[in-house]
Ligand binder design. Structure first.
Ligand SMILES: *Cc1c(COP(=O)(O)O)cnc(C)c1O
Length: 409
């Protein structure tokens, strides 16, 4: 990184970003055509229409697996995976302290206890060592969160889980299009869960999907999203045999998600190209730690997270983030603020209004995952979009250069 004498915006200089960042319309003619076909069918029910079936077939094929089962959200995708895996009250599920609540609430809904493993200081995802240390007799699953378009050390996690007979579920809500060891993300664990919410790589407003290679899990996943009614014509028992919700995707969501899926490769390729150049351009700023990507991983960059080492950078996390914002850059600090176990639901035992939850007996304390806490205290995130241009890149780098040179003085 070159240094610069130009004044940053916080010291009265011109903003580095003078024009709006590249944006493009998310939904267009392709989505409209699919939607219109869905409506023409005269049914919006997944079991009688074609759009959800088509989406499941294309998503499975894209990921090289035989089964993909749709649902209403990323949260319900994780929940369906836990239901399919038979996770039951009082059992323990190891997961990440830095994630969306949608990873955690399904564990609680099963009456199970989330156990938080600590993360790698620079990839921000749970480490195999930390997961291994969390395993007890009661551990039945690991929900590994592939955060921010990056991946966990999935082969190592799989080995640990297999050795103990524990299910590995991948939460891929932020990692559409990632490859790990040449395999699509979500195919190393027994199940991979994705979200089509408004803010993810591809969207249908809200929606989700789970992929698996396992026929039995696929059958249970379908039941888990459909009140456990078995709609197979040859089913011996059509009535529910286990507890499940209505998490059915409608043909409207299916139609939009189908059109979006066909845009995914382009979205991922553009994010990758832009972020590779960003990484190159940001090298060498003392005190700014760039994200670590495992050599097996091809990331898809949902956002770009970095860490500030204040004494080297000359500014603390908030001061640095504010200075970058003043340059016109879409930068935030601290991501979710606090680790999940510090949320009121765990600290105040308020999962249920009048009865206790199995997790209430577990002691969730600040300091449980010291690395994750340090990560959240010191991280800044740059929003990424596939429509960002070369000019956006130049001005972003210029902003970082000005601000870091200023604080380095
Ligand atoms: C977005 C997200 C979810 C939940 O997805 P929804 O579709 O919003 O329910 C779960 N896990 C992670 C890591 C997410 O980013």
């Amino acid at each position: 990184m070159q240094t610069t004498q130009e004044l940053p915006a916080i010291a009265g200089g011109q903003k580095a970003k003078q024009t709006p960042f590249g944006r493009e319309k998310r939904y267009g003619a392709e989505e409209l055509a699919e939607l219109s076909e869905a409506l023409e069918q005269g049914t919006l029910f997944y079991a009688s229409g074609r759009k959800v079936k088509q989406l499941e077939a294309e998503f499975a094929e894209k990921n090289g697996v035989p089964y993909a089962i749709t649902c209403t959200s990323g949260t319900s995708a994780v929940h369906a995976a836990l239901m399919a895996g038979g996770i039951s009250p009082g059992e323990e599920v190891i997961t990440a302290p830095i994630t969306d609540m949608g990873t955690i609430s399904p564990i609680l809904y099963q009456g199970a206890i989330p156990i938080f493993a600590d993360v790698d200081p620079h990839s921000y995802v749970i480490t195999p060592e930390s997961v291994e240390a969390c395993i007890t007799e009661k551990t039945k699953a690991v929900v590994a969160v592939n955060l921010a378009g990056n991946a966990c050390d999935l082969f190592a996690l799989k080995e640990i889980c297999d050795a103990k007979g524990i299910l590995l579920i991948e939460d891929c809500a932020q990692s559409f299009g990632v490859e790990f060891g040449g395999q699509p993300i979500g195919t190393i664990g027994q199940m991979g869960c994705f979200s089509f919410n408004e803010f993810k790589h591809i969207s249908c407003g809200d929606g989700g999907i789970v992929i698996t290679r396992d026929k039995e899990l696929a059958e249970r996943l379908r039941l888990a999203t459909d009140k456990a009614y078995n709609r197979q014509p040859d089913a011996l028992e059509k009535r529910p045999t286990f507890l499940a919700n209505n998490y059915r995707m409608t043909e409207l969501q299916g139609a939009v998600a189908l059109a979006q899926l066909r845009k995914l490769d382009s979205i991922v390729a553009r994010r990758r190209a832009w972020c590779e150049k960003l990484t190159e351009g940001l090298q060498g700023i003392a005190g700014l730690h760039l994200p670590k990507i495992l050599p097996e991983c091809q990331p898809s960059w949902w956002f770009y997270m970095m860490r500030v080492e204040a004494n080297l950078l000359g500014a603390d996390t908030d001061t640095f983030a504010k200075a970058l914002q003043a340059e016109g850059l879409p930068v935030g600090a601290h991501y979710i603020g606090k680790c999940l176990y510090e949320y009121p639901i765990f600290q105040n035992h308020t999962a249920f209004a009048r009865a206790s939850h199995a997790c209430d007996a577990y002691s969730y304390q600040a300091g449980m995952c010291p690395v994750a806490e340090q990560v959240l205290d010191t991280c800044i995130m740059l929003s990424i979009n596939e429509a960002y241009t070369e000019r956006d890149l130049e001005e972003t780098l210029q902003g970082f250069r000005k601000v870091s040179s200023w604080f380095a003085q």
